[in-house]
Design a protein around this ligand. Structure first.
Ligand SMILES: Cc1ncc(COP(=O)(O)O)c(C=O)c1O
Length: 408
């Protein structure tokens, strides 16, 4: 953690500056009658579903001006009963205003417990979590080494904050070290170094050599950000991801997780220190200037988390299916990359990839051709996503059909 010190000093100084101007902000639950949200027609407050809400419902000043605004007395808690959920399907305002429903405190605390992390911050999507985190903590003049296959939202974050960039060859430790060594030898005063990678790559389905990347980052004084979009739920004890599986939590600056993949819920979150969370709450435009996720989604998160933690059987089935499918394809002479449940079959040119995908679609499989710019030029492919509930016989049959389709 020692290399984080100068970055933490940067954040502390910025937050102290805000405090001295009376501008330091924290997330506070709604209180009092609503003259803050953007729920202009009252739909988020259930005006149409529950006529009581037209008169202000249960959100009287006496009921809601205390510290303990509970979900049940919150004006944003009643409306969607008609839809079969307890909470509003609208976020109604930014989390910095009235959009910080107490359910998000509960979700973030459950996430901290899952990851044994100091702090978590829910964001609206993995895209905005990565873009927001990166463009907030990295400043022009800082230096960033980013794996060449990192997701588009990482590239977008870097585009916004305009650091000096070093794109290292995919998972190539020697190339990463070359960049780190050169930068460390000439680093301008006050400038920070960062490394960004994914733990399981979205289009190649291979893992990054995270333990070795952590070692290198520490050796050269760089801060590590890991996108765990595709590993969350599926790796590690209780499914909390690869960083936790490898025991690296205290050695990374931040991890980014999305709910929209294995977790099956909308939204995303960032794990890191409490100081990072304060800094993001005060500075991250992707959090400050957008409407919060609806509290109904928070309810889904709270429902899902204990289930995913307990689902070792699902993770085992997923792993077994993935191993089986890679082996089945290999037996049929079809090479794949990696050994995970993301199974890329690289076919080269776009036309060939589309031809093979179309042949499989005609047989009833929803398998798409992935083409540039989603993958590098000349590496168009099938990206076959294996699930825990795919039947083994279906996987065997699909392996036959993939091989046939490629042969044409
Ligand atoms: C590696 C990676 N990071 C981030 C994201 C964005 O996540 P979300 O879909 O929640 O915006 C994706 C989604 O495709 C991804 O593959």
């Amino acid at each position: 953690m020692t290399q984080q010190k100068s970055l933490f000093a940067r954040w502390t100084e910025a937050l102290d500056g805000l405090k001295s101007q009376g501008r330091f902000r924290s997330l506070k639950p709604p209180r009092g009658l609503d003259f803050t949200s953007n729920d202009y027609l009252g739909y988020g407050n259930g005006r149409l579903a529950n006529p009581e809400c037209q008169r202000g419902g249960g959100d009287s000043p006496t009921a809601s001006n205390g510290e303990s605004v509970s979900a049940s007395t919150h004006a944003n808690a009643t409306p969607s009963l008609a839809l079969g959920v307890r909470h509003s399907t609208s976020g109604i305002a930014s989390r910095l205003l009235r959009g910080h429903h107490p359910i998000w405190d509960a979700v973030e605390s459950a996430l901290c417990d899952w990851h044994n992390a100091e702090s978590c911050l829910v964001m609206n999507s993995g895209f905005t979590a990565n873009e927001g985190l990166i463009s907030t903590v990295i400043e022009p003049g800082d230096w960033v080494a980013s794996d060449e296959l990192n997701h588009a939202c990482i590239a977008e974050g870097l585009r916004i904050c305009r650091p000096r960039k070093f794109s290292f060859q995919h998972n190539n430790l020697a190339h990463l070290e070359e960049g780190l060594r050169k930068e460390a030898a000439q680093r301008p005063a006050g400038r920070e170094m960062f490394v960004i990678t994914e733990s399981l790559f979205s289009m190649d389905g291979d893992r990054s050599p995270l333990a070795a990347i952590v070692e290198l980052a520490e050796q050269y004084g760089a801060h590590l950000i890991v996108d765990e979009a595709h590993s969350t739920g599926c790796f590690g004890r209780g499914g909390s991801g690869i960083v936790d599986e490898l025991g690296l939590r205290s050695r990374v600056l931040a991890t980014v997780h999305t709910g929209g993949k294995a977790l099956g819920v909308s939204g995303a979150y960032i794990c890191g220190s409490a100081l990072l969370r304060d800094y993001l709450v005060n500075k991250c435009r992707h959090l400050i200037f957008t409407t919060a996720l609806p509290p109904a989604i928070g309810e889904w998160w709270l429902d899902m988390l204990p289930k995913v933690r307990a689902d070792d059987a699902g993770r085992d089935a997923l792993r077994t299916n993935a191993t089986r499918f890679h082996a089945m394809l290999a037996e049929r002479g079809v090479p794949t990359i990696g050994d995970s449940y993301i199974v890329p079959v690289v076919l080269g040119d776009d036309v060939n990839a589309v031809r093979v995908a179309t042949a499989l679609q005609e047989r009833g499989y929803d398998i798409r051709a992935i083409r540039p710019p989603s993958v590098p030029q000349g590496t168009a492919r099938l990206r076959i996503s294996i699930h825990a509930d795919h039947e083994p016989a279906l996987l065997d049959q699909l392996a036959d059909h993939v091989a046939e389709a490629i042969r044409g």
